[in-house]
Design a binder for this molecule. Structure first.
Ligand code: ADP
Length: 294
């Protein structure tokens, strides 16, 4: 005869069943909390990574907007200064009852100087704006020796006024001294570097132009015996509107700090590099290298 027996009614088995259920509950709640932590970590990590990559992508845009804002602020400041000078001179003259013809001439001469400053500043700003839009269309085969000659003719008078001797060393074989570029801009590049070398050099000093070319590149070095550039300034001189302190204070040399940024834009446009080396009080050397064309 069979006895009436059921597993579920067995207390031992029931207890085992209960323990097993408890273990299942515990591990499922452990799994749940682990999943929550895991998801939380993934969420935090992905948010941090997205933030990092978004900042990395936006940084150059932010920097370029900041640079543009700074440039606009600096440009308007520089444009306003001559206008303020002219306005206050005219106002003083209008209030002066004893204002005579000779005073009028002085006033006009001073106004003329200020308008010349405005003209040169607006020319520099226009040049920078044009270079920013990459005008490679005018590129032709250019001899760098001819470029140096043209630039020399433009600064010769200024050098003579300070009895500065400009010496140019060119190789006998000039076949490597050719490149594809915009002749007018390259002359401007040489004029900027020579004009600086003259303005920041003492009277009766020497400026050397040393040229070198091979089948890959053309290298031009402009070496002066001028006031030199402090090491703390040398990293900034190609920035727009940057002027080293000694150029502002010493002989009060006029300038807007735009020449070298135009020079750098011209070199960039031709796919080259430019750098400056200097010892304060001893002189400076500007070296630019451009790809040559046979
Ligand atoms: P600017 O000469 O009109 O101030 P630049 O952009 O041409 O502007 O030059 C920037 C600065 O670099 C100058 O203010 C000057 O301090 C320094 N500099 C440039 N060329 C020379 C040089 N040959 N010798 C000494 N300092 C120089």
């Amino acid at each position: 005869m069979m006895s009436d027996f059921s597993f579920s009614s067995n207390p031992v088995i029931q207890e085992l069943e209960r323990i097993r259920q408890e273990q299942i509950d515990e591990s499922s709640s452990n799994l749940q909390s682990n999943l929550i932590y895991f998801n939380l970590i993934i969420f935090i990590l992905s948010s941090a990574l997205s933030y990092y990559f978004a900042r990395r992508t936006l940084m150059p845009i932010e920097q370029s907007m900041e640079a543009q804002n700074r440039f606009a602020a600096d440009a308007s400041h520089e444009l306003r200064t001559p206008l303020t000078v002219m306005r206050s001179e005219i106002e003083v003259a209008l209030r002066d009852n004893k204002f005579n013809l000779s005073d009028a001439k002085k006033l006009l001469n001073s106004n003329l100087e200020e308008t010349a400053k405005l003209e040169s500043l607006s020319k520099a700003l226009l040049k920078l704006a044009r270079l920013d839009h990459n005008p490679r269309a005018d590129f032709k085969r250019v001899s760098i020796v001819e470029v140096i000659k043209d630039a020399f003719e433009k600064v010769e008078k200024l050098a003579d006024q300070k009895s500065i001797n400009i010496v140019c060393h060119t190789p006998k074989d000039k076949s490597n001294m050719k490149l594809r570029g915009d002749r007018e801009s390259l002359v401007e590049l040489m004029v900027i570097l020579l004009d600086n070398a003259i303005r920041y050099s003492p009277k009766k000093s020497k400026i050397e132009i040393i040229t070198y070319g091979n089948e890959k590149m053309v290298e031009i070095r402009i070496v002066d015996q001028g006031i030199g550039i402090d090491q703390s300034d040398i990293g900034h001189i190609f920035d727009r509107f940057y002027r080293a302190d000694q150029s502002r204070n010493k002989d009060n040399i006029d300038g807007y700090g735009l020449g070298l940024s135009i020079a750098k834009s011209i070199v960039d446009l031709h796919g080259g590099t430019i750098l400056a080396k200097s010892s304060l009080g001893e002189g400076s050397e500007f070296v630019f290298t451009l790809p040559s064309s046979q």
